[in-house]
Design a protein around this ligand. Sequence first.
Ligand code: AMP
Ligand code: ZN
Length: 138
Amino acid sequence: MKDENCIFCKIGAGEIPSYQLYEDDDFKVFLDLSPTSFGHALIIPKEHYKNLFELDDNIAAKALVLAKKIGTAMMQALHCDGLNILQNNGEIAGQTMFHFHIHLIPRYENDNTKIIFDQNSLNEEDAKKIQEEMARFI
Ligand code: AMP
Ligand code: ZN
């Protein structure tokens, strides 16, 4: 399924130009237009899925294999020193394009890229509560 108002559907179909790195029957990989690092790219499925929760299981499995393939090529081609893989779901989590995508963010010594979250100390009460609640749904 495609969404006629979705830019990433149009990029997937080749109706909007992109700096493409890779394409197969299911996916397109192209450079992010506002890169946080040299080589920052996005993996998208050609079909429209709003987020991870809607993603087809088969596509989900293939997506991580593809992230490994493209990430490995980035390490070799761009000589990056590391790689962040990032995937946002929901506005509060930073999602701005509501067509599932995976960020591939090559990292370099002394780059200015910041992927930051505060860290607290896990307490036993929270840990137990989370385990109990999660066990009801998994
Ligand atoms: P997110 O915040 O996870 O939804 O990320 C969306 C990403 O898509 C951002 O990093 C944007 O810079 C990028 N983006 C939006 N439109 C385009 C486009 N037409 N071509 C390439 N990247 C885009
Ligand atoms: Zn779409």
